[in-house]
Design a protein. Structure first.
Length: 275
């Protein structure tokens, strides 16, 4: 007579095989659906919505791109001031964004916020609001408010920086070691002393590293602010495009690349020196 335990074991094996089969079928259905969605996107956004006749084939594309390789070096002396203005927008915008982000981080950190019911949601909402709106949108708003020039670019970069700096700072505050904080409070320390002596020393390396990284990013952001009238190299880029001076456009792009490379080098050594 066969052992009765063999039957349940066989049933379990069959159930496991059916589970594996259903899982494989489900995975293949997901793959086919993803490929179909990708094919539809390519057809609708690239194949159908592209003016292929205007391109003129490979020769036409090559000729159009070739115009950008005839660099207009005569424009170089006129790029120094816009390049300096771009660095100024990035630097001042980062400093202003850092100052504005500190109270937002204080509101948005769950362990130090004055009110978890009111202040904490407000702080988190300000972080999301800053990160959700693109810097070009901020620049458009401030150009309409204060006019053309570098000031709206600085304000736009600052507003865009608040979300990132305050979020990283708030998370660093929430992850601190609470023993120094409890020791300061135990000897009668004020809220300011708790923040200054117990919290800031723990999060200072994170804050400095975040600010340096944000400044590096803001150089890229500042380079396109001029497209909406906020000064810097973006304004020169827009003018060269409007005049169909493709060699000048290439020179502006190369200047932006040089600024970004400079920012990478400075931020690298600044992090090594400070942190």
């Amino acid at each position: 007579m066969a052992d009765a335990s063999v039957v349940p074991a066989a049933n379990d094996h069959a159930a496991w095989q059916r589970h594996v089969y259903r899982r494989r079928v489900g995975n293949w259905i997901l793959v086919v659906a993803a490929v179909a969605l990708l094919a539809w996107c390519v057809h609708d956004t690239i194949m159908f919505d592209t003016d292929w006749g205007r391109m003129g084939g490979a020769l036409g594309i090559g000729a159009a791109l070739g115009r950008f390789f005839d660099i207009d070096w005569s424009l170089l002396p006129m790029l120094w001031i816009p390049a300096l203005e771009t660095l100024m927008i990035a630097t001042l915008g980062t400093i202003l964004g850092c100052l504005l982000s500190l109270p937002v981080a204080w509101l948005g950190a769950a362990n130090v916020t004055p009110s978890k019911a009111v202040a904490y949601p407000v702080g988190r909402f300000l972080m999301v609001l800053s990160r959700s709106i693109h810097e070009i949108i901020w620049a458009l708003l401030f150009v309409g408010a204060v006019g053309l020039g570098a000031l709206p670019g600085i304000l736009a970069v600052a507003m865009r920086s608040i979300g990132f700096i305050s979020k990283i700072t708030a998370e660093a505050i929430e992850n601190i070691d609470h023993k120094p904080v409890e020791a300061i409070r135990a000897v009668g320390g004020s809220q300011f002393q708790v923040m200054y002596y117990g919290i800031v020393p723990q999060i200072l390396p994170v804050i400095i590293g975040t600010i340096i990284f944000e400044w590096d990013i803001n150089i890229r952001r500042s380079a396109i602010m001029g497209l909406v009238g906020a000064g810097g190299l973006g304004l020169v880029f827009f003018r060269q495009m409007a005049m169909f001076n493709y060699g000048g456009v290439t020179l502006v792009v190369l200047t932006v690349l040089a600024l970004v490379a400079l920012g990478e080098v400075v931020s690298h050594y600044a992090r090594k020196a400070v942190i």
